[in-house]
Ligand binder design. Structure first.
Ligand code: OGA
Ligand code: NI
Length: 350
């Protein structure tokens, strides 16, 4: 691992259930962070098959539901998404195999270069953080150019298939929100050059932590890109912020968790807000999640869609245009810090 810190998998294996974790992993002084569990049941579910239904009523209802979920939650569970559950399983299993390889078999990279297409590391950005995340990761650029580690051998094929299917799903979502924003179906994908859109794959490993109430797998943040898709190995840990409380997400098996990310907030001129989320850890089971960020092409200058900016009355241009690549670079080169990156491109006060 190209980092001065050892991977969290090794650290976790060296501890036992009554160990104290190193102070560099302690996020909370008092383990009193409470979580509201009630809103869990109301987390929206979107039936993806209806977004492309031949029945126009069903289609408009699905688009309406998508609009509501993006406005009220910035988050939903995608069901009937058409990606075989077996493929989701395989992607998770092969990622677990990757993390179980010996360190010498894992790819090396220059930790200072966040634009390296294959990065294996720990926490988020250890050079920038005071307190680290209880997480190891593998990050891969998978579109428009496809990169995969050499090992495990079957990794490349499973990855290629899953990422292609994920892009199809995102295309349906983008065509749906293009309409819910009052645009033509294909307008958004064209404006953001999604045919050569950037896709970043992350596999996250969260091993057991003896003091889970003091640590975090990932500190609160929003994602770059339009939509992030997330799947996991049946072990929960994702929390989203909704109405100022942290809500634990208990995923329906086989569903894909989807969150609105910063560039959809920007493009929609603030109609849809990216959701703040974090990952908590537990003291029993290893958790694996796979997140795919789906974005405009690297050289697209992302600005609020001109049709959604009213200059004479109401809301003007709420975000300053910025090249997607620049945004990505700054986000990845800093520590995870809430929605700080997005705040920097805001042109208006809320
Ligand atoms: C991410 C992320 C959360 C999780 O990878 O951006 O927020 O539950 N992951 O693993
Ligand atoms: Ni995230």
């Amino acid at each position: 691992m190209a980092s001065s810190l050892t991977c969290i998998k090794k650290l976790s294996e060296s501890l036992n259930i009554s160990s104290n974790i190193p102070s560099t992993y302690v996020h909370f002084k008092d383990p009193v962070e409470t979580t509201a569990l009630d809103p869990q049941d109301s987390i929206p579910k979107i039936d993806i098959s209806l977004l492309t239904s031949d029945d126009t009523d069903q289609r408009s209802k699905a688009i309406h539901d998508l609009d509501k979920a993006c406005q009220e939650w910035g988050f939903f569970m995608a069901v009937n998404h058409g990606i075989p559950e077996e493929l989701l399983q395989k992607m998770i299993e092969i990622s677990e195999e990757f993390f179980n390889l010996g360190e010498e078999e894992k790819p090396e990279f220059d930790p200072k270069n966040v634009m390296e297409p294959i990065r294996y590391g720990t926490s988020f950005n250890t050079a920038q953080e005071k307190v680290h995340c209880w997480r190891d990761f593998l990050k891969l650029f998978v579109h428009p150019h496809f990169h995969s580690p050499q090992k495990p051998e079957a990794f490349r094929d499973v990855l290629a298939e899953y990422c292609a299917r994920a892009r199809e799903l995102v295309r349906k979502l983008v065509r749906g929100v293009s309409q819910s924003l009052g645009l033509d179906e294909g307008e958004m994908e064209e404006a953001l050059n999604l045919a050569s859109g950037f896709q970043l794959f992350s596999a996250n490993l969260y091993p057991p932590c003896p003091q889970p109430e003091l640590a975090l797998g990932m500190t609160p943040h929003s994602d770059h890109g339009l939509f992030t898709l997330l799947i996991q190995n049946g072990v929960g840990g994702l929390q989203i912020q909704h109405d100022a409380v942290w809500v634990s997400v208990n995923a329906i098996p086989g569903s894909i968790l989807v969150n609105v990310a910063d560039h959809l907030e920007i493009f929609s001129n603030g109609k849809y807000k990216s959701v703040l989320h974090r990952a908590v850890v537990n003291n029993g089971k290893t958790r694996i999640s796979i997140a795919i960020a789906n974005s405009p092409s690297l050289d697209t200058v992302v600005s609020p869609c001109p049709k959604l900016v009213q200059t004479e009355s109401g809301r003007g241009l709420a975000y300053v245009p910025m090249k997607y690549k620049e945004y990505l670079l700054t986000q990845q080169s800093n520590r995870l810090d809430g929605k700080a990156r997005l705040e920097e491109v805001k042109a208006l006060d809320d």
